[in-house]
Design a binder for this molecule. Structure first.
Ligand code: ADP
Length: 402
């Protein structure tokens, strides 16, 4: 029997590069590594293979080329050298596909050129993803490289959900629509939820709440997204770690005209100094809870605003869907914070949503139900795994081509 097919999945950020070696057919992750502080005075790199963890702390990692070479060296050191596995493809996490990319797409010069054009739509995400693609293609030229876009799942959002009520010609000219993000996670998690329940995906109305540092909600009817909270960029919607989610667009005009802030200053305020951090001085919910327990009013306000927005979106998506069979929590906060899950759904018995407190507090980390046995809407916690979804997309592309 030949060795299992393995995909190298790369998630390339501006100062970090994450990679995993995944066997898509079994879902096994063979290796998981993060290279951090790219371009800084001292680098930080770690790779875990089974129960073996190797680290390299200190030597500078000047650029993405060095980062990927470091990852390959650590893989070898940890016993998972690339030439020891049956590597069939490299999958690249790509954030914004604009109107051009909505399927897993082979990485070509043309794709890279187009992604550069799309950079203004995702200035924080697309340029480093392109860098990752370029160095990986250089270092692994004989393998197929495939880009999987965060926006892809939402490409076919119903037009009323995708359209901003702004001047149509302007929107058309500048490609302004609601694109949605975290699509790879929303798709994966909604499929996992159906599998967990043993019910065909097409029979389920789901509300998926992806609550990480970035956060988004999606309403999914029979496997097809019908609404999502992020828009042209990942700024819209839920309150996030450092982003505000929905704000009155008038705030931006007011800050520019009256406070004299530049576009870059407003950009930094919205992307880095807002959200839970902007209100409570802390992005990590574990710390936020500690501060609340210690009587910190700012932390409490940040939490309350976060929960209020979440409940608003749940209510909105119940109306969009008509009813929800399933509500799913996923990502860092969604998977690990029982207080957020409890408070997001507290008092919704009248809408058919009843959380079981004991199940909600359970330390189990795999997919699980947290609603009462007779709650009309089932509430689940389902761990997301965007890397596995990307690896599976890659082999699907290969299989379709063969
Ligand atoms: P990203 O959007 O960066 O992928 P993640 O999905 O990894 O984010 O979520 C990271 C966030 O998850 C952290 O900032 C923290 O707020 C939250 N988190 C992680 N573990 C816990 C925990 N045990 N309890 C509460 N929150 C947690």
């Amino acid at each position: 029997m030949s060795a299992p097919r393995t995909v190298l999945v790369i998630n390339s950020g501006s100062s970090s590069l994450k990679c995993q070696l995944i066997e898509p057919d079994s879902g096994v992750s063979r290796a998981d590594g993060t290279i951090e502080r790219i371009g800084e005075d001292s680098g930080l790199a770690g790779m875990t293979v089974g129960d073996r963890e190797v680290r390299r702390d200190g030597p500078p990692i000047p650029d993405h080329d060095a980062a990927l070479r470091t990852a390959f060296a650590l893989l070898e050191q940890a016993g998972a050298a690339l030439d020891s596995v049956n590597l069939v493809a490299v999958g690249h996490r790509a954030v914004h596909g604009g109107r051009s990319f909505f399927e897993p797409t082979p990485v070509t010069d043309a794709l890279i050129a187009k992604m550069r054009e799309l950079a203004p739509l995702a200035p924080l995400h697309n340029p480093p993803a392109v860098l990752g693609m370029e160095v990986a293609r250089r270092l692994l030229p004989d393998l197929p490289h495939i880009a999987v876009f965060d926006t892809a799942f939402f490409h076919h959002l119903p037009t009323p959900a995708a359209t901003y009520a702004i001047d149509r010609e302007l929107a058309e000219r500048w490609h302004i629509r609601r694109y949605g993000f975290h699509g790879t996670s929303h798709r994966y998690v909604s499929e996992q939820a159906a599998e967990f329940l043993g019910v065909p995906l097409r029979e389920l109305n789901q509300i998926v709440l992806h609550l990480g540092n970035g956060a988004s909600a999606a309403a999914i009817a029979g496997g097809r997204p019908v609404d999502t909270s992020m828009g042209l960029t990942p700024l819209e919607g839920l309150v996030m770690g450092t982003r505000p989610g929905d704000v009155d667009a008038g705030i931006i005009l007011y800050l520019a005209r009256t406070a004299g802030m530049t576009v870059d200053e407003i950009d930094a305020m919205l992307n880095r100094h807002s959200g839970v951090y902007g209100l409570g001085g802390q992005v990590d919910f574990r710390e936020l809870h500690k501060r609340i327990a210690a009587g910190d009013a700012a932390a409490k306000l940040a939490y309350d605003v976060y929960i209020h927005r979440l409940r608003k979106y749940i209510g909105a998506y119940l109306a969009v869907l008509g009813h929800a069979d399933v509500i799913v929590f996923t990502a860092g906060v969604g998977e690990n914070d029982p207080a957020v899950r409890r408070d997001a759904l507290a008092g919704l018995d009248g809408l058919g949503i009843e959380v079981d407190d004991e199940l909600n507090e359970s330390p189990v980390r795999t997919a699980r139900r947290i609603s009462t046995a007779d709650s009309p809407t089932t509430v689940l916690v389902v761990p997301t795994n965007e890397e596995l979804a990307i690896a599976r997309d890659c082999v699907a592309v290969l299989d379709a081509a063969s």
